[in-house]
Design a protein around this ligand. Structure first.
Ligand code: ATP
Ligand code: MG
Length: 376
């Protein structure tokens, strides 16, 4: 087990010891993959999608039987970039399996072979630039040919998959769908957050991925399970976590994993060795977080168009809202008109400031939400 200063991890994955619960979700993934299905994992931002996949990939039974590849395409703007990322990931992940495994991949990747090499010891070097990929589709085809011929079954996770909707190339969805379907030696986990985009991709009859995957959703981690997890981590650091703290944290974080972890990370830092963390400290932790973030929040607000700012503030003050264009809402916050609210909201949704789930609008970043309520 890796020892880290603060056991409440707020970025990345640090191993099973610092990972709470998700047993049912792991079981579900295990079941889907074992039955040959591909999975679309859709959940709100920061709920723990990426962590879940990493946790799943790190399990000994997966490590022993599969090659696992994981790419995040959040900042990927074209198929060409995706193909580059995936090639690089495969090359790097094959490293522990030695020169023979690497060679098999290298042999297949004719179109970018000159940008990939490895030492006889199996140390890979990847120098492929975007410009080196002349035909993204050719390289993509090679990757799939490799996956199909690999000496182990493969699981490929593509995180922030909704991003492919923004790629300039035509028919990406259909192309990928075709490759995915034809490939028998690899299974796929597509995960993403923009709930709407991701779900329409997989649930509309007119879209290529329709009915080709098992849909999976994750909810907040069970509060009782989290409480036991947090208490154990405090105890390991020779600190005591009082009853009720998890409850108070969950009330603020709404159970969204990253916000829960962030609050606990600060609370742990506040508590000296031998000391106790009590409920009163939860508000202090939030104050601390908002104070350290306020510069960023001010900048963020200042970059928004005026109409979006007033709409965002109105939504924040009102709390999660269904009828944003109702006369009551428009009047209460002295907004110009229903149509201005609507167009401002569209902008806010596009930029991920606001989320829309089951017809309800809410400010996506929970801490930003609290900050707006305090400042405006
Ligand atoms: N089960 C868990 N136990 C403890 N910490 C977790 C758990 N799941 C996620 N985390 C932590 O919460 C944070 C957010 O998780 P993660 O990045 O997996 O969410 P996400 O849904 O992929 O977010 P995004 O939408 O921003 O990509 C991470 O820092 C991660 O370390
Ligand atoms: Mg993620």
């Amino acid at each position: 087990m890796k020892i880290i200063d603060n056991p409440f991890v707020i970025s990345g994955y640090e191993g099973a010891h610092y990972f709470c619960d998700r047993e049912l979700e792991i079981e579900q993934l295990r079941h889907e993959i074992a039955n040959g299905n591909n999975v679309a994992l859709i959940a709100p931002r920061r709920m723990g999608k990426s962590g879940l996949i990493e946790h799943y990939f790190s399990m000994p039974e997966i490590q022993e039987h599969y090659y696992t590849f994981f790419i995040d395409i959040y900042d990927t703007k074209s198929l060409r970039e995706l193909v580059r990322k995936l090639s690089r990931e495969i090359l790097i992940r094959l490293k522990p399996f030695g020169a023979r495994a690497l060679d098999r991949f290298w042999q297949t990747m004719r179109s970018i072979q000159s940008g990939m090499s490895f030492s006889p010891m199996g140390d890979p070097t990847f120098t492929v630039q975007i410009g080196d990929i002349k035909e993204a589709e050719t390289t993509l085809e090679e990757i799939f040919r490799y996956l199909d011929a690999a000496d182990r079954p493969c699981i490929v996770a593509i995180d922030e998959f909704q991003q492919i909707g923004k790629f300039p190339e035509k028919n990406i969805e259909a192309t990928l769908r075709t490759y995915v379907q034809r490939c028998h030696n690899a299974q796929f986990i597509f995960s993403g957050s923009q709930r709407h985009t991701m779900s329409t991709m997989f649930t509309s009859a007119s879209r290529p991925f329709y009915q080709s995957v098992s849909l999976m959703h994750i909810d907040p981690i069970d509060k009782t399970a989290y409480d036991a997890f947090a208490k154990a981590l405090f105890a390991e650091g020779n600190r005591t976590l009082e009853d009720g703290v998890t409850e108070a944290v969950y009330a603020l974080s709404r159970g969204v994993t990253w916000y829960t972890q962030k609050l606990f990370n600060v609370l742990y830092g506040f508590t000296r060795e031998g000391g106790t963390c009590d409920v009163a400290q939860v508000e202090e932790a939030l104050d601390y977080i908002l104070k350290t973030q306020s510069y960023v929040y001010e900048e963020t607000i200042s970059r928004l168009p005026e109409k979006q700012t007033v709409t965002l503030v109105a939504l924040s003050k009102n709390g999660p809202t269904k009828s944003i264009t109702s006369a009551a809402f428009v009047e209460k916050y002295s907004l110009q008109s229903a149509s201005t609210v609507q167009s401002a909201m569209r902008g806010l949704l596009e930029k991920d400031f606001v989320t829309l789930e089951k017809g309800i609008y809410s400010v996506y970043d929970i801490f930003f939400d609290y900050w707006i309520q305090r400042v405006y």
